[in-house]
Ligand binder design. Structure first.
Ligand SMILES: Cc1cc2nc3c(=O)[nH]c(=O)nc-3n(C[C@H](O)[C@H](O)[C@H](O)COP(=O)(O)OP(=O)(O)OC[C@H]3O[C@@H](n4cnc5c(N)ncnc54)[C@H](O)[C@@H]3O)c2cc1C
Length: 390
C-alpha cells in the first residue's frame, strides 16, 4: 500500500490548481447569480488536458485513470467551484466519456471523443423519471422498434446540463418489464441529439447548483437512428452501472474539495473575528470541534475514494467502495459547509462570503446521484449479508 502521489499525479494536481485559481470564488459567485453554465472554466479545464484525462490518447485524451481524475477535481473544486465541479465532470467525462469510450462504436468514438475532450461538445444523461428515481428499474420511457431504428416516448426529469448539452445519453426500456425474465433486462442506452424533433425540455426552479440547469424532458415520437444505440440492446442496465459507479467517484472528489474549501474559509474567518475581547472566535472549542470533526470525516472519505478509483483503474470491483466514499463525503461536506456558515454568524448567510453557495450546491449529494438510504440498504444487504429491507 503506497499512499504517496507519483510525480505525474502531483503535476496534474498543480495544473488543476492553477486552472482553478484563474477563476476562483468570485467567478463562481457571479456564475451562480447569473445562473450560467461555466463555459470559460470548462474550456480552460479541457485546454489544460484535464477534461479528457481518462480518455484514449488517440482521440486527444491523456489515457490516465479515475484516480488522476479525482485528484484533479479535488484541486479544481477547492479553488471556488465546490461540489459543482464534480457535477461538471459527471456530465462530460462520465456521462459522455465513459459511455462513449467504453460502449460507443468506433465511428461514434472517432466523431464524438475529440470534441468532448476539447470541451466543444457537452453531454447530459437522462435516467430519472417522475415515477422512477431511487427505483431506477421502474423507468417507463420506451423506445419502440421502428424500421431500422426506434421511436422514443416518455418523460424524464431533473436532467443536469440539458440546456448546454448537444448530446443526451438516454436510458429507455426497449422491452416492457412484464416481458423480461429479470427486471434488469430490457433496458438500453442511446446517445441522441438534444436538438431533435419531438424532444422538448424546460428548466426546474431549485435551491442551488444554479450554474447547471436541471430540466424536465419530454420525448414525443422522437426518432432514434440505428447508429445511436450505445452498448447492447436490452442489456444496457449493467453497462449503465459503469457510468453510475464512476459518477460516484467524481461526486466524492467534488465533495472533498468543497469541504476543504468551506473549512478553510471558516478557519480564516474565525482566526480573524473577535467578538468578546481580544481572542478570536477560533479559540473556542465549540467553533473548533465541528470543523475538526468534518475535516476528519472528509479525510477518510477521500482515502476511500482513492481506493475506489484505484480499484476501478486496475479493473477490480469498486462499487462498494465508491458507494461508501460517497456516503461519508456527502455527510461530511454537509457538516463542513453548514458549520462554516455557523462559524461566520450573519456573514455566513451573505453570498459575498461564499459558504452559503457551497452549502446550497452540495446539499444535493445527500440524496443524488444515489441517496444515502439506498447506499445503506446496499451495504446492509450486499456487504453485511442482511435481508433486503424493501
Ligand atoms: C439537482 C439534481 C440533479 C440531478 N441530475 C440528474 C441527472 O443528470 N440525470 C438523472 O437521470 N437524474 C438526475 N437527478 C435525479 C436524482 O438522481 C434523483 O433525484 C435521485 O435518484 C432520487 O430519486 P427521487 O428524487 O425520485 O427520490 P425518491 O426515489 O422518491 O426517494 C425519496 C426518498 O425516499 C428514500 N427511499 C426510497 N426508497 C427507499 C428505501 N427502499 N429505503 C430507504 N429509503 C428509501 C430515498 O432515499 C429518498 O430519500 C438529479 C436530481 C437533482 C435534484
Amino acid at each position: 500500500m503506497d499512499f504517496s502521489l507519483t510525480d505525474e499525479q502531483r503535476m496534474i494536481a498543480d495544473t488543476a490548481r492553477k486552472v482553478g485559481e484563474k477563476f476562483g470564488l468570485d467567478y463562481w459567485r457571479q456564475q451562480d447569480k447569473k445562473k450560467e453554465f461555466p463555459s470559460e472554466f470548462w474550456l480552460e479545464v479541457c485546454a489544460a488536458g484535464i477534461g479528457g484525462i481518462t480518455l484514449p490518447e488517440e482521440f486527444g485524451g491523456s489515457g490516465l485513470g479515475m484516480l488522476e481524475m479525482a485528484i484533479a477535481i479535488e484541486e479544481l473544486s477547492k479553488c471556488g467551484g465546490g461540489s459543482t465541479v464534480g457535477q461538471l465532470f459527471m456530465v462530460n467525462p462520465i456521462f459522455g466519456g465513459v459511455a462513449i469510450g467504453k460502449y460507443g462504436s468506433p465511428e461514434m468514438q472517432r466523431e464524438l471523443l475529440p470534441p468532448l475532450i476539447t470541451g466543444e461538445l457537452n453531454c447530459c444523461m437522462a435516467l430519472t423519471e417522475p415515477d422512477a428515481g431511487t427505483n431506477t428499474l421502474e423507468i417507463a420511457t420506451f423506445a419502440a422498434k421502428d424500421g431500422d431504428g426506434w421511436t422514443l416516448n416518455g418523460k424524464k426529469h431533473w436532467i443536469t446540463g440539458t440546456a448546454s448539452a448537444q448530446k443526451m445519453l438516454v436510458i429507455a426500456r426497449t422491452t416492457k418489464s412484464e416481458n423480461v425474465k429479470r427486471r434488469t433486462d430490457g433496458i438500453t442506452m442511446f446517445l441522441i441529439d438534444v436538438e431533435r424533433k419531438g424532444l422538448s425540455h424546460g428548466k426546474i426552479e431549485k435551491l442551488g447548483t444554479n450554474t447547471l440547469d436541471s430540466s424536465t424532458i419530454f420525448f414525443d415520437d422522437v426518432r432514434i437512428e440505428p447508429e445511436e444505440l450505445i452498448g447492447t440492446l436490452d442489456k444496457g442496465f449493467h453497462e449503465l452501472l459503469d457510468v453510475l459507479n464512476t459518477e460516484r467517484i467524481v461526486t466524492t472528489a467534488g465533495l472533498v474539495g468543497c469541504a476543504e474549501l468551506a473549512i478553510k474559509l471558516a478557519v480564516d474567518y474565525a482566526n480573524d473575528r473577535k467578538v468578546f475581547g481580544d481572542r478570536p472566535i477560533s479559540a473556542y472549542q465549540t467553533i473548533q470541534f465541528p470543523l475538526a470533526q468534518a475535516y476528519a470525516e472528509i479525510s477518510c472519505a477521500q482515502l476511500m475514494n482513492y481506493k475506489a478509483a484505484t480499484l476501478c483503474d486496475t479493473g477490480e470491483s469498486y462499487g462498494a467502495q465508491s458507494n461508501l466514499a460517497k456516503l461519508i463525503a456527502s455527510q461530511a461536506c454537509d457538516k463542513a459547509t453548514m458549520q462554516a456558515m455557523q462559524t461566520m454568524g450573519g456573514m455566513g448567510y451573505a453570498s459575498e462570503y461564499h459558504v452559503e453557495r457551497l452549502w446550497r450546491d452540495q446539499r444535493l449529494f445527500r440524496f443524488a446521484p444515489v441517496s444515502e438510504e439506498m447506499i445503506l440498504n446496499y451495504t446492509a444487504q450486499h456487504d453485511l449479508g442482511m435481508p433486503r429491507s424493501y
